[in-house]
Design a protein around this ligand. Structure first.
Ligand SMILES: Cc1cc2nc3c(=O)[nH]c(=O)nc-3n(C[C@H](O)[C@H](O)[C@H](O)COP(=O)(O)OP(=O)(O)OC[C@H]3O[C@@H](n4cnc5c(N)ncnc54)[C@H](O)[C@@H]3O)c2cc1C
Ligand code: SF4
Ligand code: SF4
Length: 494
């Protein structure tokens, strides 16, 4: 039976290059790679060699005969991606380029005419920083000092990914391997801008690569969001993952209902953890304080609310499958699916999400505490005087009726946004450091020796593995500039 990509896929495309028959798509050189929710194996072409299993850093690929029970649905999800042309397939077209042979993999280049050693500082130690380091270290001359403001490395791979997703979190094993390279030095508990200035860093290095992430939530601008009991989903994620900035951010769980506004994967993570069986959480890396609080929780229902219908759901199909087929207790009110606009569905992932939501809605209401996926509700205001007591919604389709949901806790999960970095030009519209393909630009000109990668370069989207392609692009620019003699002058002391 052919191999199958499952839920933990973080899109780094390592399997694509390992596969001898080019049957894993989309590849980084195909147009839908940037928007794909995971990669898919073509069951008709796969020769079951197993090379992709070895290449995958998060154990996301299973041989067909050994797919875990909770992941079985992924066999058809992989196969459906390659459905033969039919009236339906015209409606859900797969990449027209998927049969295109892969471009040859670029071999590590030898650097000519560059300083030796070539000193590079990387700010941050999240996925984008680690993938950039890995790419740079392929060149013998490069010596890297990486600066991380926290006392533990690897950014959101450690402090963002949910503790009940151990396969995804295992990507830190790859980062630990990269960190063993003797030409990479990681300095923890050092914040650039507080302990060392960016100017000092530029003086000491030929190039500085900023990989500081996109650390703020997009604010929800409705009346009442400042009331106690309203907080960002990010702060809850930080709290249950033991992030030092959020140790005191634990929500008061002495209420029966919580509402999460926004329905991306982060909203699902928070709802799943808040309603999980605590005995299951106890064997994860969840913070012990959070575990103790969750054991005493009074929550009976966590409602994940989306403004639009399921045809526009922000969560991904793999995460929904994980919810539906895993240990989570999940419920969808059939009434919420009555207005689905099937004509607005143009891709197979969305079509499959709707099938699955209908399947959940047709099932029984689960035991409490459970998480509910609700649709078509636009938040108008948080209700309450001294603290949050509920949320008033407008029904998005009819644009008139109000629906009030009682809730003692309200979490906002409508996305992230990069903060301006002192000393770097900021593109306010995109919430990123101003750059062209990773070269920092000011007044439309590249700033010599300054580069950017990850969420603060492209905005807060994509998966852990997306940062690999992103960082490869930035590093290519940095190395090209090194060879062209465009980097900063010889650093102090070199
Ligand atoms: C809650 C959450 C859950 C997620 N779950 C998943 C998942 O399950 N699967 C998946 O594929 N993707 C997931 N993602 C997405 C993934 O985490 C991101 O794509 C990835 O972490 C972005 O990498 P980055 O390096 O740009 O930023 P980050 O991971 O944020 O790393 C930035 C690092 O820079 C450090 N830093 C910032 N400023 C400074 C400074 N001035 N000096 C020194 N250090 C600094 C920060 O402390 C941090 O360690 C999740 C994201 C979030 C927010
Ligand atoms: S098992 Fe081999 S042929 Fe099949 S997808 Fe993996 S690498 Fe490709
Ligand atoms: S995580 Fe990477 S290697 Fe594993 S299946 Fe996804 S794209 Fe392939």
């Amino acid at each position: 039976m052919p191999h199958v990509v499952t839920q933990a896929c973080c899109g780094d495309a390592s399997c694509v290059y390992a596969c001898p028959v080019n049957c894993i798509h989309p590849t980084p050189d195909e147009p839908d790679f940037g928007t794909a929710e995971m990669l898919y194996i073509d069951p008709d072409t796969c020769v079951d060699c197993g090379a992709c299993v070895t290449a995958c850093p998060v154990g996301a690929i299973s041989p067909g005969h050994r797919i875990p029970e909770t992941q079985k649905r992924f066999a058809s999800v992989n196969a459906d991606h390659y459905r033969d042309p039919s009236p339906d397939a015209v409606r859900f077209p797969v990449s027209a380029l998927w049969r295109k042979p892969l471009a040859p993999i670029e071999k590590p280049r030898s650097l000519h005419g560059t300083p030796d050693p070539l000193r590079v500082a990387i700010v941050g130690s999240g996925p984008s920083a680690m993938y950039a380091a890995d790419e740079l270290l392929k060149h013998r001359q490069v010596h890297i000092t990486m600066y991380e403001r926290l006392t533990e490395p690897f950014g959101l791979a450690r402090f963002g990914v949910a503790p009940d997703h151990p396969a995804t979190r295992s990507v830190v094993n790859l980062f630990n391997t990269i960190a063993q390279n003797p030409r990479l030095r990681i300095l923890l508990n050092v914040e650039i801008g507080r302990d060392i200035t960016l100017d000092e860093l530029r003086e000491q290095n030929h190039a500085v690569l900023w990989a500081g992430g996109a650390p703020t939530d997009r604010p929800l601008e409705i009346t009442g969001v400042d009331l106690p009991g309203v907080q960002s989903a990010t702060s809850v994620v930080g709290w249950y993952n033991g992030h030092p900035d959020f140790v005191t951010a634990g929500p008061r769980l002495d209420t029966e209902r919580a509402v999460i506004i926004g329905n991306g994967n982060v909203a699902l993570d928070v709802a799943r953890i808040l309603t999980a069986d605590t005995n299951r959480l106890a064997v994860t890396e969840i913070s012990l304080d959070a575990l103790a609080a969750l054991r005493d929780s009074q929550l009976r229902e966590v409602v994940v609310v989306a403004r639009r219908g399921p045809e526009h759901a922000a969560f991904t199909l793999p995460e929904l499958i994980g919810l539906a087929d895993g240990p989570a207790r999940v419920w969808v009110d059939p009434a919420d699916l009555e207005h689905v606009d099937d004509d607005a569905v143009h891709d197979i992932e969305t079509a499959e999400k709707i099938v699955l939501l209908r399947e959940i809605a047709a099932g029984p209401k689960p035991e409490e505490p459970y998480l509910r996926l609700a649709f078509g509700l636009t938040p108008e205001r948080v209700l309450g005087t001294d603290r949050a007591e509920g949320v008033r919604f407008r029904r998005t389709t009819t644009d008139s009726e109000f629906a009030d949901l009682d809730a003692g806790l309200v979490f906002t999960a409508i996305g992230y946004r990069g903060r301006p970095v002192p000393g770097l030009p900021f593109d306010d519209a995109r919430g990123t450091v101003a750059n062209v393909a990773g070269r920092v630009v000011a007044d439309q000109h590249p700033v010599p020796g300054l580069y950017v990668t990850g969420w603060i370069k492209r905005g807060p989207n994509g998966f852990i593995g997306t940062n690999k392609t992103d960082s490869t692009e930035t590093v290519a620019k940095l190395l090209a500039d090194a060879e062209a003699g465009l980097l900063s002058p010889a650093p102090v002391g070199v």
